[in-house]
Design a protein around this ligand. Sequence first.
Ligand SMILES: [Zn+2]
Ligand SMILES: [Zn+2]
Length: 265
Amino acid sequence: MRLLSIASGSSGNCIYVGDDTTHILIDAGISGKRIEAGLNSIGVSGKDLDAVFVTHEHIDHISGIGVLSRKYDVPIYATNGTIAGISTTRSVGDIDDQLYQVIHKNENITVGGLLIKAVPISHDAAEPVCYTITNGKSHAAIATDMGCYSEEIVENLKGMDAILLEANHDVNMLQVGPYPYYLKQRILGNKGHLSNETAGKLLCELLHDDLKYVLLGHLSKENNLPQLAHEAVRLEITMGETPYQANDFDITVASRSEPTKLLEF
Ligand SMILES: [Zn+2]
Ligand SMILES: [Zn+2]
């Protein structure tokens, strides 16, 4: 399988996952043009898309979905709550009702040669989920936008070859930063976003010998720095109760605005 983060951050998210025959996106929260350019950079076209799976209705995950669905008739898979949220977001424009495919939490969906599972997450949206994707041989997970993680999340995210994991903010930068108090509380809360440190702790529970790639994503523009996220997560591994060192794994930070290196596994 292949995984490309076309954009990952609090101002837009779009992740490509696919193999030779099946091509899907997780979220479409950037412009149609940027999605196309990202796909083209790895030899895939918008026409090739088999599905878009949406994690939740926040605008940084859906802003390009109207354009994409109107241009290519791509089916949109999402939970009922997320579909309701997309339909009432006027800026995405009209979407043909027939393109919506309702998914339920913990359900496995087959699209072409891929099996996609929606796992519920804790976030301040209607019915948010993260996704795991497998072709039977390789396994990937896209897990962002969660204020905390449960045992259910840990169990579902184990055994991956590649994982894109949220490392949203540095708690100190957030606390002394420019955001108003209510927003700081929202981000720090159980339905907000994972800090660098918490991302590192979650990752420690997911490490195994065959984990090939870790991409840290959904970084905040105001409250994080790529190097800080990288170092904080690496430190959790090295200091944590695992048999591993940070250097045992390929850990990189996904760019907020550009495609990050193509992962093949
Ligand atoms: Zn988001
Ligand atoms: Zn969100």
